[in-house]
Design a binder for this molecule. Sequence first.
Ligand code: GRF
Length: 213
Amino acid sequence: MKKVVILISGRGSNMQAILDARLPLTVAAVISNDSSAAGLEFARASGVATRVVDHRAYAERAAFDAALAAEIDEFKPELVVLAGFMRILTDGFVRRYAGRLINIHPSLLPVFPGLHTHRRALEAGVRVHGCTVHFVTPTLDHGPIIVQAAVPVAHDDTEDTLAQRVLAEEHRIYAQAVRWFCEDRLEIRDDGTVRLARAQDAVGALCSPACEA
Ligand code: GRF
């Protein structure tokens, strides 16, 4: 079974979703840059090893990333999963884990990279929003896309209600993407797109607001 290390900074609900999905893999460790991250408690209670590498103890980003990589490498993971890990990683770190470092982002990339995606979606008036699981490359929130899920934006949505709707889909597609990786079904092609072996294409269209016949 493949070994996975999950990096978190806070709540850790995506990490929980991956643990709860009981995938055919071993979550070798959950590592946080913040000892007060709520998700650490859940990981411990689930019998998963936890580590903290506090970014505040390092004057430079590269030194923090080196310490983080040293912790990760102790567990010899085949896959490193960023699950709400709120640190920008250096190019060196990203290259070290090229092809085996994935992230979830709460928007339909390439729109709304960065922070406050739900607020920006509401401000832009988009009618469809969502989330993306992608391989990590040195450019922030910009790497080969593995899977996306779209949700409608309701006329009375607030940042919170929209975030909740998106988060439910994050939990679903992140566990799915991790499973695909561990089943060796993901291939990054030379053109930077991802091919999923034995994929079933989604059919039909989501219209939001629903269109009248
Ligand atoms: C999620 O919305 C994720 O997409 C974003 O940060 C949030 C983390 O939530 N990168 P959680 O810690 O997994 O609950």
